[in-house]
Ligand binder design. Structure first.
Ligand SMILES: [Zn+2]
Length: 173
C-alpha cells in the first residue's frame, strides 16, 4: 500500500514483488524535498518531478523496473551562473537480481545493463534522485547569456547594410 498524500516521504516498494506483479506507480515529488545531492545541482528548487514506475519482466524473463521522469528544472548556466530552464525527460530500466554472481555475469554480457541486487525494500525516491542526477546536463550554458542586454548592445551597432555598402565601396573604385 502506498500513501499518495506523503509523496515527499520515501516511496517504499518491494521491488521483486512490484515487478513480478507488473505493478505501476506514478506521482509527483516536489523538487524542494529531494535530497541535497540533487538540489545542489539546481539553480532553484521550484517545481515538481513527475514519475512513472512500472514493474515488468524483460525479454529474458528478468524482473525489472522501468522508471520514467519528466520535470521542468532550473539548472545553473556555467558561463553567467544565472538559472536556465531545463526540461528533464528520462526513461530507464533497472534489472533486478537476487544473486551477486548472476548480476555480475549479466553485466559482463551487457555493458549497458543497469542492474541492482534487489533489496527487500527499495525507496523509489532514491531511484528518482539517481535518475535526475544522471539526466542533468554536465555543463549547461545559455545559447546567449543575458540576452536582454545583448540585444541592446546589438542595437548600437551600425546597420548591417551600411557596413555592407562600406565594404563594397573600395571595390567599385
Ligand atoms: Zn548564461
Amino acid at each position: 500500500m502506498y500513501h499518495a498524500e506523503f509523496m515527499s516521504k520515501p516511496i517504499l516498494i518491494d521491488p521483486l514483488k512490484f515487478a513480478r506483479e507488473g505493478r505501476s506507480l506514478s506521482g509527483q515529488v516536489p523538487v524542494g524535498e529531494l535530497d541535497e545531492r540533487v538540489r545542489s545541482d539546481l539553480a532553484d528548487t521550484s517545481g515538481e518531478v513527475r514519475y512513472q514506475l512500472d514493474g515488468f519482466r524483460d525479454e529474458l524473463q528478468r524482473l525489472s523496473l522501468r522508471i520514467r521522469l519528466t520535470a521542468a528544472l532550473q539548472v545553473t548556466c556555467q558561463r553567467c551562473l544565472d538559472g536556465m530552464p531545463f526540461s528533464l525527460t528520462t526513461d530507464s530500466v533497472v534489472t533486478l537480481f537476487t544473486n551477486q554472481d548472476k548480476l555480475e555475469e549479466a553485466c559482463d554480457l551487457d555493458d549497458a545493463l543497469d542492474a541492482i541486487l534487489a533489496p527487500e525494500e527499495l525507496d523509489a525516491t532514491a531511484l528518482i534522485e539517481d535518475e535526475i542526477i544522471m539526466g542533468l546536463p554536465h555543463s549547461p550554458k545559455h545559447d546567449e547569456c543575458g540576452r536582454d542586454t545583448l540585444s541592446l548592445a546589438k542595437a548600437d551597432k551600425p546597420n548591417p547594410f551600411a557596413v555592407l555598402a562600406a565594404l563594397k565601396r573600395p571595390k567599385s573604385e
